[in-house]
Ligand binder design. Sequence first.
Ligand SMILES: Nc1ncnc2c1ncn2[C@@H]1O[C@H](COP(=O)(O)OP(=O)(O)OP(=O)(O)O)[C@@H](O)[C@H]1O
Length: 330
Amino acid sequence: MDRTAKTDGAPITLDRLVKTYPNSTTAVDQLSLDIAGGDVTVLIGPSGCGKSTVLRMINRLIEPTGGRVLVDGEDVTSVDPVRLRRTIGYVIQNVGLFPHQTVRANVGTVPRMLGWDKKTIAARTDELLDLVGLEPGRYSARYPHELSGGQRQRVGFARALAADPVVLLMDEPFSAVDPINRGRLQDEFLRLRQSVRKTTILVTHDLQEAIKLGDKIAVLSDHAHLEQYATPAELLAGPANAFVEQFIGEDRGVMRLSVTPIPRNRLHPLDGAPDGLPSVAADATLRVAFGTMLASGTGSVVVRDGDEVLGLLSAADVQLALAEVDAATR
Ligand SMILES: Nc1ncnc2c1ncn2[C@@H]1O[C@H](COP(=O)(O)OP(=O)(O)OP(=O)(O)O)[C@@H](O)[C@H]1O
């Protein structure tokens, strides 16, 4: 049975959530947020603003001191914490794999606790290792110290998905790996999302990562105060206030290219054959199109859909396309 191609995950509501630690630090002060089932929501904000505290209140590793967390309409405080954590996958920086257990045993942790039979667990483990790009025959008998950082992270991800959780919480999941592997893992995550659409909340420091992976981004300031909650394109096109504008920084214009598709309505017909001009796929972003123009020094690119030439896009069109998004979000 294919357990991965399940329907969307559960919606999550944070309702005036508060956490005051025993030392009187109020890490989270009345945060409300509605997260749609199946969405990836990124929590981003300065160090110490309360992101991890918010995440850990969802699976009750930390108990809220006020407000509510609803997962699929159910208040998590009414659910036995152990049962709750079996339905919520949790991926952290440096993974937290059990060092004395094999990859297979690590991935099968929650299914074993749930009492699945051995054959089903073995089949599920193989399926997940394949899914995260680790050949089971090669990796399942290894121990965590016999893997690279990126591979360990993949095992952690497979483990979090093993019992088909309704929600996935990820706390800086890619930050301990080098930039190249981080990019690969992010791509893998996006690829996996096509078959596994769990509601995911991801904490990161990295705005590029937030923009690449998030359906929605929640920008938080101190005490988990919500400054803006928007799609990456909306956030970059229209920061809600000076805090968000400053947080995003001067790269905003360039980053917008990554979230804006090639405007098909702006393509110009080609005079003759597209010889000597670089081409890009129609489903590429403006970043790819503009980068290709810069790299080739041609000032324009041919846009193709497979073998079919759709037209020519120039640098001026890129600017106009961004201006169009601006007008639409105003
Ligand atoms: N157990 C604790 N007891 C007291 N204060 C705590 C505790 N855990 C966290 N804090 C404080 O709560 C605030 C929020 O911490 P939290 O770890 O949630 O922030 P964060 O945004 O995830 O930070 P970072 O990005 O640096 O990981 C900080 O001021 C922190 O010092």
